[in-house]
Design a protein around this ligand. Structure first.
Ligand code: VNL
Length: 390
C-alpha cells in the first residue's frame, strides 16, 4: 500500500485548506464572522454582530461588484469550536475573510487556519498583545491590554495612588494587563503590593476582594473581560472596599458601556483607561451611537461594537482597493496601513505589525442626562501596542 493512504486527518485538512481559496470563484464575497453568541461572553457577540449589520446597512451590501454575505457562527467562546468552525467556513463555505474572535484563545486557535489557507483574519475583540504575531494574516481592530494599561499606571501616582493590588482574569489579556501596569507603576515610583488572578470561567470575586481589603492598598486595579465588570463592581461595593478607602481603577473593560448604566451610583467616580467610550464627543460617534441604539432597541454600543464596525470598514475598503482580484494576499495588503476616522477617534492599522494604533483616553464614570457614562478627561495620542516594543 502506498504511503499516501495513511495521510492523517490533520494533513488532509491542511491540504483542503491550502486548496480552498483557489476554488472560491463567484460573485459573492463571504465574511465568516465567528463570535460567542451564547454563554459567558454572549454580550460581545451580540454587540459585534449588531455593529457589523449596522455597517452593512449604512454602506450597502455590494462592494467592487461583489455581493457581501455575512455568515455568523456561534463558537460559545470554546477555542476548539472556533477552530472547527473556521475550518468549515474556509473549506466548505469558501469564505474570503475570517472575522470576530471574542476571546484570545479563540483567536489563537484559528491563526494556523488563516496562515495555511491565506485567509485574512480580522480580530475585532480579542486583545492579548501577541495575537497579531500568531499569523501574518491577522489584522486587529480592537485594542491591546498593554496599550490601555500603561496610561492608567502613569495617571495613578500623580493622583495620590502609590500602592496598588492588581486583580486580573487569569489568561492572556489579564496577564498582559498585570505586567504592563506593574512595570510602568514601578517605573513611576509606585508599588504593586499583591497580584491576584481569578479564573476566566465562572469567577467568584469575593475571596479575592477580601484579600484586597486586608491588604489596604491605595487602589485596586482590575482587568476582567467584557461582561464580567458588573459582578466585580457589585462585590467591590458589597464588601465595602470603597468605604475602607480603597479606590477602584480599571481598564474600560470593567465599566463596559454594555453594562455600565445598570451598575448604579456606586460606580460614580471610577477612573478607567480605554480606547472607546459611548460618550466620546465627536460628531461621528454621536451619529454612530444614535444609529446603533435605534437599530437595536435602545442598546448602547460598547468597545466591542466599535471593533466590529471598524473591522467591517477595513474589510470593505480592502475589497474596494483590491477590486476583488488577487485573493487573500491582495486583500491583506490592502488592509495594512489603513488610516481613518472611527467612532473612537482616528485609527491606523500599522502595516508592519498589522495591529491598531489609536488614542487612549482616561475617563471617569459620571452621570449625564440621568445615565452613567465613561466621560473622557484626558487623551494620549496615537498609542502603539507597547507589547510589540520588546
Ligand atoms: C479579551 C480581552 C476579551 C478583553 C474581552 O472580552 C475583553 C480577550 C470578552 O482577549 O480574550 O474585554
Amino acid at each position: 500500500m502506498k504511503k499516501r493512504t495513511f495521510l492523517t486527518a490533520a494533513a488532509l485538512s491542511a491540504a483542503a485548506l491550502a486548496a480552498a481559496p483557489a476554488m472560491a470563484q463567484d460573485n459573492t464575497f463571504k465574511i465568516g464572522l465567528i463570535l460567542p453568541m451564547t454563554g459567558q461572553q454572549a454580550t460581545t457577540g451580540r454587540q459585534i454582530e449588531a455593529a457589523a449589520r449596522l455597517y452593512m446597512a449604512q454602506n450597502g451590501d455590494t462592494v467592487a461588484g461583489k455581493k457581501i454575505q455575512l455568515i455568523v457562527k456561534d463558537d460559545t467562546s470554546l477555542p476548539d469550536t472556533t477552530r472547527r468552525l473556521a475550518q468549515e467556513l474556509v473549506v466548505n463555505d469558501k469564505v474570503n475573510v475570517l472575522a470576530g474572535f471574542g476571546i484570545t484563545p479563540s483567536a489563537l486557535a484559528t491563526a494556523p487556519i488563516a496562515t495555511q489557507s491565506k485567509t485574512p483574519m480580522v480580530v475585532m475583540a480579542a486583545a492579548t498583545s501577541s495575537i497579531t504575531q500568531a499569523s501574518p494574516y491577522i489584522v486587529r481592530t480592537s485594542f491591546t491590554l498593554p496599550q490601555v494599561s500603561v496610561a492608567l499606571a502613569d495617571w495613578a501616582p500623580k493622583n495620590g495612588i502609590k500602592t496598588v493590588v492588581t486583580l486580573v482574569s487569569d489568561y492572556g489579556p489579564g496577564i498582559d494587563a498585570e505586567k504592563f501596569f506593574k512595570d510602568r507603576l514601578t517605573f513611576n515610583g509606585g508599588q504593586v503590593t499583591d497580584a491576584l488572578r481569578v479564573p476566566l470561567r465562572n469567577p467568584d470575586f469575593a475571596p479575592f476582594l477580601q484579600k484586597v481589603r486586608d491588604n489596604k492598598p491605595d487602589a485596586l486595579f482590575v482587568f476582567v473581560p467584557s461582561g464580567a465588570g458588573a459582578a466585580v463592581m457589585k462585590q467591590f461595593l458589597e464588601r465595602g472596599l470603597d468605604k475602607a478607602g480603597i479606590r477602584l481603577i480599571a481598564t474600560g473593560d470593567v465599566t463596559d458601556d454594555d453594562q455600565l448604566n445598570d451598575m448604579g451610583d456606586g460606580a460614580l467616580g471610577v477612573v478607567t483607561s480605554h480606547h472607546y467610550s459611548a460618550a466620546h464627543p465627536s460628531a461621528m460617534n454621536k451619529k454612530f451611537v444614535e444609529a446603533f441604539s435605534k437599530a437595536n432597541k435602545g442598546l448602547r454600543p460598547n468597545f466591542m461594537a466599535v471593533g466590529g464596525y471598524d473591522g467591517m470598514r477595513v474589510i470593505y475598503e480592502a475589497l474596494k482597493t483590491s477590486k476583488g482580484q488577487g485573493g487573500g494576499d491582495a486583500l491583506l495588503a490592502a488592509m495594512k496601513g489603513q488610516l481613518f476616522e472611527s467612532p473612537r477617534g482616528k485609527i491606523f492599522i500599522d502595516a508592519q505589525t498589522r495591529d491598531i494604533v489609536q488614542d487612549v483616553y482616561l475617563r471617569k464614570v459620571e452621570k449625564k442626562d440621568g445615565q452613567l457614562y465613561n466621560v473622557e478627561f484626558d487623551v494620549i495620542k496615537d498609542v502603539k501596542d507597547p507589547g510589540k516594543a520588546k
